[in-house]
Structures are given as C-alpha cells and as structure tokens.
Design a binder for this molecule. Structure first.
Ligand code: NAD
Length: 421
C-alpha cells in the first residue's frame, strides 16, 4: 500500500472538482522539501544501530509547516509524504494559519529502553535543527510519540539554540509549555464533529452503536466523550486484538483503559497492556470488528484499515475516519455506493492540530488559558469547519471528503495567489 498514491488520487479528484488552476496544481502535487537522515544511536549493550528518519515539509502557503512525528516499524518516506499532504489540507479545512508537514522514524520504539528512545529522539532533533523552528516548522505527537518525546525534542532544540524555545513543538507536557486540553483534543474534536453530523441526521445517542479500531490517544479519548454523551460503545481494539460486548454489557472506555494500564508501562513510556486485558468482554479480531453491524465505525489506528477488499463487508452507516488515511479511495467509492457516510480524516481528526495551534499561540504569548477557554475555542472552530465542509459538499453535490478538499484547496489557492504565485 502506498499512502501517498492514495493522497494524490484524492487530490486529483478534488482539483478537477474545483477546477484548480494548473500552476497551483503543479505546486501542490509535490512536497516543498524532503529531509531524509541517518540516526546512529548507541544501544544499552554498547552496540550502535542506525535508524532512518524523515521530515517532509509539504506546503507553507498559509503559514509555518506543521505536523506530527511518527515512530513505527513500517513508517517510510511514502507514508510521511502522504501524512504531510493531509496536514496541509487539514489545517486549511479548519482555517488555522499553518501549512502541512510530517515526520517519522522507522523504528519499533517498544523494543527500545527509555534511554535508547531518548537518545534516538535527541539525535533526530539535532538533525532537524536547521529545518524546524517555531516560525518555520513545528512538530507534534503522532502514533507512538507522546508528550515525553515532545519534551525531549523541545529540550534538545532549546539547548542547541541556547535559550528556551517551547513553541518549536506542540503536544508537550504541561510543566514545559503544554496546553490544557491538548492530550484529549483529537478525540474531543472528533466528538464535536460527530455531534454536528448526529444533529443533521437526527441520531438518538442512546440508540446509536459504535465500534472503534485503535485504542490509543485518539481512539480512547473519542470513546470516552461518546460514552459520556450516551452513545453505546460495543467494540474496541488495538494492535493486539479487540473486545466486544456480546451480551449487550455496558462498555466504559475509562474502565477499559484502567484494565489496560494495570500491566504498567514499558520503561515509563508505553502501555504494556491491551484492551484484551479487560476480561469482562468477548474477544473479537480487528478484521471482524470492521464488519460489525453498528451505526458508527471508527478507524483510529493506521492508514488503509478499510480498503477495497474489505469495504464491501462494512455494515456501519457512518464511518468517522479518525485515523489519517483510514479509508482508501477505492474503498470510499464502494462505501459511497452503499450509501455509507464517511466523515473524512482531514475534518474528523483536526481537533489535535487546532489545540496544537492554541498551544503554540500560548507559547508565543507566554500566557496560558484555562481548559474551558481551550475547549470552547476548539468547539467553535470544529463546528464552523463542519458547517463549511457541509456547504461545499452541497455546492459541488459531492461527498464530505471532496467538500473538505474543495474548501481547503480554495483557501490554499487564495493564499498562493495573494502571495504572488
Ligand atoms: P497511538 O500510538 O496513541 O495509538 C494507536 C493505536 O492504534 C494503539 O491502540 C495501537 O495498538 C493501535 N493499532 C496499531 N496498529 C493497529 C492495527 N493494525 N490494528 C488495530 N489497532 C492498531 O496513536 P494515536 O495518536 O491515537 O493515532 C491514531 C491515528 O490518529 C493515526 O492515524 C494518527 O495519525 C491519527 N491522528 C493522531 C493525532 C494525535 O493528536 N495524536 C491527531 C490527528 C490524527
């Protein structure tokens, strides 16, 4: 699977829809800058291992490059390019003044000790120093990266510069310039978007069932907000497997998280447990979870979860795409034909970058907001973005993804034009 090819397929469709200017198309179909680095790291046993890292700066027409850092054994340049492109679209969809970027290291971080992980993160930051910066390119967490890793990045960058630069990355711990609400922002943003859709479709929360694939930062937080609002979570999963409420038992995501955390953490950084440690429920595998007869299906793990081969088996009525690239273009065509509504990643999971933007603004001002202020501002942006995407969908008589892309491309095109391209 080549995620960047999927991204370009989506872009091409949207460019035709909005009749994108040819020069703008030529620029936006390629990333601005690509950095590929080797990262030699001394392991605890005295041996050295050389890892590969990437940073792709896709487009900065609307503001500094912005996007997360992924640590995963399958991460490669093609994936990082796709993720950087989707960030460009996402920031434009929610109207925040950023372009798009992404980074990653090909590594299974759970096989490293905490010391090795820190040395790897610092080595990557050293290579990125000339590339990133609070006015230039601002990384954040993504799959397998968290506030601790962001703290090491900001610390290493600050040491090299000789003064504190908290605004160089977002998703930091509260003790080092983080923002209240950032940790749960992607899940909460997805919840706000879903509530807007639920209003339009007149869904009754108590009668609406939800299955979620991926129980990390995004999947777990979204589950908590849905559960609190009365939606019925019926299945959740992670990379080790899933659980299902076969007999209709209540699934409380906070209880599941508690059970998952009981096995403790790998060197204080990653959870050792799995949702399967919650023994009150029947087991289900990841593929079966995607085929459950639920109202809402949420891919919240990695790209390509719903692809051409399994799309025909999806029985949900709505897909809330929290994972970037969770649904491939071929799958989406099949889902649309079956009348399934897909709320696209570039809208559904944009809450994370919105609160990253708030964190950055607070860092630059050195003035910090309350959780209420953060969440109120997040809701306003997510609600407006949903409305604008919906209007574009109506205007172009298309689906929500193309509505979102149309909104974003029009904004990016206007920025490029006023800047002289
Ligand atoms: P995470 O590392 O916190 O969690 C990932 C979860 O997915 C874990 O529960 C993991 O076990 C599970 N998983 C991994 N491979 C799986 C597989 N093959 N099948 C089932 N589950 C699997 O990552 P996250 O931050 O929650 O990110 C999840 C998705 O959301 C990614 O696509 C990411 O790009 C996207 N996203 C994250 C943020 C953010 O703020 N963290 C923002 C926007 C988008």
């Amino acid at each position: 699977m080549k995620p960047f090819n999927n991204a370009l397929e989506q872009l091409k469709k949207a460019a035709e829809l909005v009749e994108l200017n040819k020069n703008i198309w030529e620029r936006i179909k390629k990333p601005d800058n690509v950095l590929q680095v080797s990262l030699p790291v001394k392991l605890d046993n005295g041996e050295w291992e050389v890892f590969e890292g990437y940073r792709v700066q896709y487009n900065n027409s609307r503001g500094p490059y912005k996007g997360g850092i992924r640590f995963h054994p399958k991460t490669d340049l093609n994936e990082v390019k796709a993720l950087a492109f989707w960030m460009t679209i996402k920031c434009a969809v929610v109207g925040i003044p950023y372009g798009g970027a992404k980074g990653g290291i090909t590594v299974d971080p759970k096989k490293l000790s905490v010391g090795e992980l820190e040395r790897l993160t610092r080595a990557f930051t050293q290579k990125l120093v000339g590339f990133i910066g609070s006015e230039k390119d601002i990384p954040a967490p993504d799959v397998n990266t968290n506030s601790q890793i962001m703290a090491w990045m900001a610390d290493e960058y600050s040491k090299i510069k000789g003064y504190n630069v908290p605004g160089v990355v977002t998703g930091k711990p509260l003790e080092f310039g983080g923002s209240l609400g950032r940790n749960e922002a992607t899940g909460l943003g997805g919840f706000f978007v879903f509530e807007q859709l639920a209003k339009r479709l007149k869904l009754n929360s108590k009668k609406t069932t939800v299955a979620i694939q991926g129980f990390g930062n995004v999947g777990c937080n979204l589950a908590v907000f849905l559960h609190r609002a009365g939606y019925k979570i019926v299945a959740v999963s992670d990379s080790q497997g899933g659980i299902l409420n076969k007999n209709g038992e209540e699934m409380d995501p906070e209880e599941i998280m508690k059970a998952k955390k009981q096995k403790g953490q790998i060197d204080g950084c990653y959870c050792r447990g799995t949702v399967c440690d919650c023994l009150n429920f029947a087991k289900i595998d990841n593929e079966k979870l995607l085929q459950l007869p639920v109202d809402v299906l949420v891919p919240a793990a990695l790209e390509g979860a719903i692809h051409e081969k399994n799309a025909g088996k999806v029985k949900a009525k709505i897909i809330l795409e929290m994972a970037n690239g969770g649904v491939t273009p071929g799958a989406e065509e099949k889902l649309n034909k079956k009348g399934i509504t897909v709320v696209p990643d570039v809208l559904a999971n944009a809450g994370g970058v919105v609160v990253s933007y708030f964190e950055w603004v607070q860092n630059l001002q050195n003035y910090y907001w309350t959780l209420e202020e953060v969440n109120e501002k997040l809701k306003k942006i997510m609600d407006e973005a949903f409305e604008e995407v919906w209007q574009k969908k109506e205007k172009y008589q298309t689906n929500l993804r193309m509505g979102a892309f149309a909104l974003a491309l029009e904004r990016i095109e206007r920025a490029m034009r006023v800047r002289g391209m």
